[in-house]
Design a binder for this molecule. Structure first.
Ligand SMILES: Cc1ncc(COP(=O)(O)O)c(C=O)c1O
Length: 394
């Protein structure tokens, strides 16, 4: 038996990071010592006090049972309190907070909960893959909004055709942005997005997974800080990057109560939520000392500086990011002729350096590559030296 995939599934390319992992294995099998700056999976350990909270919670038998699918009330209250402290936004813990098995799960399932077949979604591009794949798997129709360097990697909403805007039920936005590293300055763009949402009646799904990993004194806003935003937006957060808990699978969505009620209802049919001992540990993360977050910021910022410097010495000028955990660089013209995937494939197989090809984040990522800051500085410098040797070949 060889069942054919659904049309929705066969319409999607293999997941980028699965492809990069296969190339990595090939390089290792050929004897290369690989430096992997591909996927954004933090290499820093989760905070000690959070691991301790997991350990003690896991010893309590009640945490072994099915958790309530809407999350532990205690976690929802803790999220609401953290949000109030961090953004000055008051949330109703019962109606405006939904714990998630990671924000990736929540984004994909929100789209499945809201979309009918053929309904539109406005998706920035390049983008974190689930922003594109999620709408496709939900049966939706994607309209890509290019993120261009000359527009500071913000979508030009005025260029979205009115018919596409009217046909779209959801507008996806993500700042601090993956993969470009772009951030929101001031409130003009968010105000414009809210006005657009009001004009065309689309919900804003605002992915704020990197809100806490910011550098040089920059502070990322929440879209919910703008007046009237709760009526129009849902915002996604993650423990994966803030607390280096990517493997724990926990995040949360906040904001528009009606959209979140649909997400919760949908999830109730599919999953039982996050294991209770992980939820208890997440409470310890939000409620506990935050110096671990400051330390992660310091480490990523210092890695950023080290890699920007080393790449410049290797002949590749890449701008420093002000948030997130990625550098996004235009591949030097002489090396970009065959496209970013061909460039990255050779870099992995011949030099053992894994980075992500820009085209893996969509057609408007072509010509770029993304570096994840997930290795110590000496490894980053070694990766840049190897890249320099590769570039010298062109
Ligand atoms: C922009 C963005 N959103 C969401 C996620 C997924 O986060 P989580 O681990 O919470 O599912 C990522 C992961 O890299 C991301 O880059």
């Amino acid at each position: 038996m060889n069942p054919a995939p659904s049309k929705k599934l066969s319409g999607l390319p293999p997941y980028l990071f699965v492809k990069l992992a296969a190339l990595r294995r090939q390089a290792e099998a050929a004897g290369l010592s690989v430096i992997d700056l591909g996927q954004g999976s933090p290499d820093l350990p989760s905070p000690r006090h959070v691991v301790e909270a997991l350990r003690s919670s896991a010893l309590e038998p009640w945490t072994h049972r099915y958790p309530p699918s809407s999350g532990l009330p205690d976690l929802r209250r803790t999220v609401a309190a953290w949000y109030g402290r961090r953004f000055g936004v008051k949330l109703d813990a019962d109606k405006e907070v939904v714990p998630l098995i990671g924000s990736k799960e929540g984004i994909a399932h929100l789209l499945m909960a809201l979309l009918d077949p053929g309904q539109g979604v406005l998706v920035p591009n390049p983008c974190y893959p689930v922003h594109y794949n999620g709408p496709i798997l939900a049966g939706g129709k994607v309209h890509l909004m290019p993120l261009k360097e000359e527009n500071k990697f913000l979508p030009d909403l005025s260029r979205v055709p009115a018919a596409k805007a009217r046909a779209s039920k959801v507008l996806i936005l993500n700042y601090p942005n993956n993969p470009t590293g772009a951030v929101i300055e001031g409130t003009d763009f968010l105000k414009e997005a809210l006005a657009f949402s009001k004009c065309y009646g689309c919900l804003i799904a605002y992915d704020n997974a990197y809100s806490e990993l910011t550098f040089d004194g920059y502070e990322a806003p929440s879209i919910l800080q703008l007046p009237g935003a709760k009526a129009r937006a849902v915002e996604f957060h993650s423990f994966s990057k803030t607390y280096s808990m990517a493997g724990w699978r926990i995040g949360f969505a906040v904001g528009n109560a009606a959209a979140l009620a649909q997400l919760s209802k949908f999830k109730g049919f599919l999953d039982y939520g996050i294991p209770a001992f992980v939820q208890k540990a997440a409470i310890a993360a939000l409620d506990g000392p935050q110096d671990c977050v400051a330390e992660s910021r310091r480490i990523y910022q210092s890695r950023r500086d080290a890699l920007v410097r080393a790449l410049a010495e290797a002949g590749w000028d890449v701008p420093p990011c002000r948030a997130g955990m990625y550098l996004w660089g235009k591949i030097p013209a002489k090396a970009a002729k065959k496209g970013s995937l061909a460039f990255v494939t050779r870099l992995i197989l011949e030099y053992g350096v894994v980075i992500s090809p820009g085209v893996g984040f969509g057609p408007f990522g072509e010509g770029y590559a993304r570096f994840s800051l997930i290795a110590p500085e000496d490894k980053l410098r070694e990766a840049a030296r190897r890249i320099g040797r590769f570039l010298a070949k062109f």
